[in-house]
Write a protein that binds this ligand. Structure first.
Ligand code: SAM
Length: 268
């Protein structure tokens, strides 16, 4: 665990922070930006304002990514009027392409629960966009993420390590209330750690540096730490930053390791 010396939880605006980062200093970016969906941490932006915000952070990524680096971007949809919704991937793809990133694949994340709609189908999926800097040279360790639960019976053609997890993933959402997930914090919109671990194991190498510019409760940092990768998790909201800090400190303690000084020093 915690195999890289880079372990940073940063309380900052990610755009300003990324502008000050060294070139090619990050191997993998895994993130979920605000969706403009009315969460407590979101401003109410028009589509044009949202695209302008998206361009400001996306434009920082190619420079800080290493040559074999990748971006895993989790998106839902944006409400453009009372009745119209646009998948955010439609807005992000032209931008990502303009800034030189190559789309390798879209992965569908399926989950249960959430609001039931009366005027449309209830929303039970989000998308991951997998983009790389160089489509001829990127990291993918399939054998590290094979899923043996997908093997069929005792078919002796099965790979004992399991099957390719495919581009359709089921991970329960992290929920509160009755039946709350064990990993739930006070952040309203947490990634499930297991899902981020799949991405990190498949698309980075041990001791690589994983960045989450919209770090929230620090889930990407937790998954990176648990898999021997370094992490940089940036969060603008003081309360969420404190949640991430407490989570990482608890993990370090469970491992009998003192929190590294950067966790304290940079978390200002
Ligand atoms: C969808 S949530 C991310 C949740 C995270 N994946 C987790 O597992 O906890 C987006 C986060 O981005 C933060 N945020 C919004 N604008 C930001 C900015 N300019 N710089 C850094 N963080 C920002 C929000 O406060 C929010 O916590």
């Amino acid at each position: 665990m915690g195999g890289s010396s880079v372990q940073r939880l940063v309380h900052a605006d990610c755009i300003e922070f990324m502008q000050g980062m060294e070139s090619a200093s990050v191997d993998l970016v895994v993130t979920s930006p605000p969706y403009n969906a009315g969460k407590e941490y979101e401003a109410d932006l028009s589509v044009e304002e949202y695209v302008s915000f998206a361009e400001r952070w996306v434009s920082c990524i190619p420079r800080i990514l290493a040559p074999s680096g990748a971006l895993w971007l989790n998106v839902g949809h944006i409400k453009v009027s009372e009745t119209e919704n646009v998948p955010l991937s439609y807005l992000y793809y032209p931008l990502l392409r303009r800034y030189g990133l190559h789309m390798l694949q879209e992965v569908v994340w399926h989950f249960e629960g959430g609001m039931s709609y009366k005027t449309r189908f209830s929303h039970r999926t989000e998308r991951w966009m997998w983009l790389v800097k160089d489509p001829k040279k990127y990291v993918f360790h399939l054998d590290d993420v094979r899923d043996h639960t997908l093997n069929i019976g005792s078919d002796n053609r099965n790979n004992p390590a399991g099957k390719n997890p495919t581009d359709y993933w089921h991970f329960p959402r992290v929920v509160g209330g009755r039946g709350a997930s064990r990993e739930k914090t006070a952040h309203p919109c947490q990634f499930p750690v297991a899902m981020i671990e799949r991405i990190i194991r498949a698309c980075s190498n041990p001791r690589d540096v994983v960045l989450d510019p919209f770090g929230g409760s620090g889930t990407t940092a937790v998954a990176a730490y648990q898999n021997g990768r370094g992490f940089i998790s940036v969060e603008t909201n003081q309360r969420y930053h404190e949640i991430a800090k407490a989570r990482l400190e608890r993990l370090h303690k469970e491992n009998g390791a003192e929190p590294p000084p950067d966790l304290e020093r940079l978390a200002s």
